[in-house]
Design a protein. Sequence first.
Length: 179
Amino acid sequence: MKKIDNIDPIQSFFSDKELQSKVYSFLKKNNYKIINENTYLDKSFDINITNGTPLPQIKNVGVLGTIKIKDVKSIQENRSFKKLQKQIKRVLKKKHAPLTIDKEGYIINGHHRYDALRILKKKKTIVRMLNIHAKDLSKLQISAEEFNKLLKFHNFNSYKILSFKLLEANEEELLKKIS
């Protein structure tokens, strides 16, 4: 296996040779940089939204729907190989949680899932879309738990992503079983 930046953590986390090759190719092709045996960076993330700092881990709120992966955007720079490994396993088993995105497609929660979906060349995914801009969320001085409570009562009125499609009621029930 080839090394990226003279480091080869890919072999440590991914025993399957075919998967190692997919991970390596993805990182190299998409401008990711390996920092050490545990960490890699997304050098293509949109720094203008949160300056690369993670947002509160908002979960299980938002409007459920599907979206084309190409319409989802990264706003977090730091990533962990251990978390990526876990998410690839979940995606392969079809037991991964939806990404949480803002109304323009910026990821609020799920950057490792996003990478796993892209590595496995998925075209669409299930998301929970919030009626807020990620940039505004980064300015709030509120915990993820408090924000989750607020969002449960927040009305959703618009989104700007053409590929976003609401989930049907039977699809929501199926999702509840795996999330």
